[in-house]
Design a protein around this ligand. Sequence first.
Ligand code: FAD
Ligand code: DLZ
Length: 514
Amino acid sequence: MRRTLRVILGDQLSRSLSGLRGLDRDRDVVLMAEVAAETDYVPHHPKKIAFLFSAMRHFAAELGAAGVEVDYVRLDDPGNSGSLRGEVVRAVARYGAARVVATEPGEWRLLEDMRGWSAAAGVPVEIRDDDRFFCSRAEFARWADGRRQLRMELFYRMMRQRTGLLMEDGKPVGGRWNYDVENRKRLPAGVATAEPLRVAPDAITEEVLALVARRFGDRFGALRPFWFAVTAEQARAALEHFVAHALPSFGDYQDAMREGDDWLFHSALSQYINAGLLLPREVVGRVLAAWRERDLPLNSIEGYIRQIIGWREYVRGIYWLRMPEYATLNGLGNTRPLPAFYWTGETELRCLRQALDQTRREALSHHIQRLMVTGNFALLAGVVPDQVCTWYLAVYADAYEWVELPNTLGMVMHADGGYLGSKPYAASGAYINRMSDYCAGCRYDVAKKNGPDACPLNYLYWNFLAENEVKLRRNPRLAQMYVTLDRLGDERRRAIRDDARRFLDALEPWRADA
Ligand code: FAD
Ligand code: DLZ
């Protein structure tokens, strides 16, 4: 009897994966491959590559220990063709496989490629749905049908009702759908925060770290210290650690930032969930169990569940609904190249320096840093969305296009004309000062509105509203901002424009080919 080849990608490391269902241990062979096409389509952070390669190698070993035959192609194996398609073609020939079974990938470009595998390998290729999500692509499309603009809050309520999570007699637990108003507290000085669980690298990880240092050591990002979990068991321990130490205060300080504090009360679990080491269902189940066991604050529990069954599922739905044209959108008509400091970290704005430095060290930063620091600056500076998206896709250990693109292009850059979110998350220095202690040590003065020492976010904010007036003035959520802009006199408006020009023109642009 001829064999079935089962292909598992680097972010499909789940034993319950659809592509593994019905596997016949006596006949089937699993293919996993480290390939240059995946390491190089954007300059991924070395820590992200090391995390995935180590997790892939551990997953292959686990399958092997469970009696599954695994063909694992390493990046430096002689004969490695450099692409997933090439490896599928080679493996089909090696095993005389009759067919290939795979789970749909998380990126459009790879799904397109996968659709060509059958012709290339000369055997049928079955592409199965990825059902590790709460909401299927078809269900999301049904929900979105006929809506000109989507709103996460409405999607989230539908998901709460559909799953019954945090529901009581058909009503939201506690009487409200959303406790976000309680989740915007500034972190008081002296409050001790939590750290994610750190796992020491084992021999497999050390071998991967040596490979990654050799091959990708010149890229943006520090490889060590490397502390990520690389197995499902370790990732579950990281989840337990989060639930024990950070979850109770997750809600209160969800939007806070503090100098030198990388994690506050965030879970640092997204890289594990997105690679398949943790399933969203088990994360939600564990958080709800902890709530019942320990009577934890509802604003933390609801806030966390909303991120997983709300935002995470919502952005995935939008990605598949709107690709491939979504990636090309530039609704505000931005033309400025990404400033080079995104890749060097060299900027005098302390908030940006902090977020960029953390990104370089850890290949992670928390949501408010991504949205309101690195994202807000790119929005105010009018950077070309495509270059911003490339940066976010490359530098974060949890980044795959299905989740990165809607967050960056839609939520941060408002490049989809308000399809994902009702208004741009634009902010001046006052927001950063309210939510962090960054401004105290900054070379710029957050209290000054104009001039060489003023916080650039202050004049860039008003300049952004002025420059995009035609597209944004009619947005009811920005009405008050335009009333204020209208009240600024001609002299102040001129100063805003001149300061913004001077500052933006002095930014060194990133050159992709440099
Ligand atoms: P927590 O704050 O502990 O949140 C819990 C979990 O909720 C996360 O682990 C994540 O799985 C989920 N979640 C929260 N917010 C979102 C969201 N907006 N979209 C999807 N899932 C969410 N998240 C990614 O997983 N991959 C990305 O490539 C990514 N790119 C982003 C780009 C931008 C510009 C922005 C603004 C956000 C992006 N996010 C992305 C969302 C969010 O910033 C990260 O999920 C979060 O910072 C991960 O850290 P954490 O695990 O500590 O999250
Ligand atoms: C991100 C990534 C990297 C860096 N390397 C590999 C790899 O060598 N082999 C592999 O199967 N997957 C890798 N991945 C994850 C894929 O890029 C991911 O599966 C697609 O982007 C779809 O989400």
